[in-house]
Design a protein around this ligand. Sequence first.
Ligand SMILES: [Zn+2]
Length: 362
Amino acid sequence: MTASRHFSNDYAEARGRFLEASRRAGAAVESHENPTRGPGGEALFADVAWLGAAEAERVLVTVSATHGVEGFCGSGVQCGWLEAGLHKDLPDGIALLQIHAINPYGFAWLRRVTEDNVDLNRNFVDHGAPYPVNEGYEALKEAICPPEWNDAVVAETGAILDAYAGAKGPRALQKAISGGQYSHPQGIFYGGNRPTWSHRLLKRVFRDRLAAARQVAVIDYHTGLGPHGYGERICIHDPGSEGLARAQRWFGDDVTSPALGDSASVEIFGFNVLGMEDALPEPAALTAVALEYGTIPSPEVRLALRADNWLHTHGRPDSAQGRAIKEQIRAAFFPDEDAWKELVWERALETQRQALEGLAEG
Ligand SMILES: [Zn+2]
């Protein structure tokens, strides 16, 4: 077991490791300070590191912490790639752009959301148009996000959610909870009512750094959905699109599509890939996958998210209950097991190598 050494125990360690590994690798690094602070009052940054020719037309982009607390996984891969010296094999003409902790608030505070309680992967909708309506969430929102949190409330609200799944099916419950919603700013899976800081930064980085790019591969690292330790390659390019066809060609038949119904993820609105497409120059071809690793069963992940939402809306993170909830959510998105980290690492290596081969072929 060697992969676990690349993974950090908190945001500050992850950031320090990423900056050090990037510096040693000779990467050009830009740091973008988030307007909020971490739990210890520390400044928070998204760090962007570029390796390879500045005007490269083919670029592999990796992203960590789109969903904050999921950043332990992506950061471990980003750091490991450099610490293991794999960047030295970067093919001629291909650059590597690593975006570390795009949502540093969520990573530092062990939350899936940004500083304004926004799910970044529901935020890339057209905020000038009517928002999608999630009827299941509307029906269940008081049970999903109750004002109190204790064993009795967890049991009571759990029964309401189970009854909904019993009547309409487990997929309908998944859609109600995680499909995204735009009506309940203090709730979970909230898509926001404007582009949030991380959204604007992601687009700015794509516009600034990829102006010369013609072929861009993106691997955005996620955790918390699917079988323990399995990395699902979720592709949200439209069915029938060149992007989906390319992803299947590069990564193989196990690429999944929420729109085609073969993914562990339900179809959602406002994915970050839409912002990437928007920010790339016109002739650039984008091939993006979310590499989503399973951790613990979905009902437990959802319970951790509901507890965390209650904590930051009604409770106190620095209380005993708050600390217990923080441990719960961390474990839901980052199993502290060498075997899990090894699976993450092997699948990530394979996926990034396939992306580099795909970029080389064009
Ligand atoms: Zn995620």
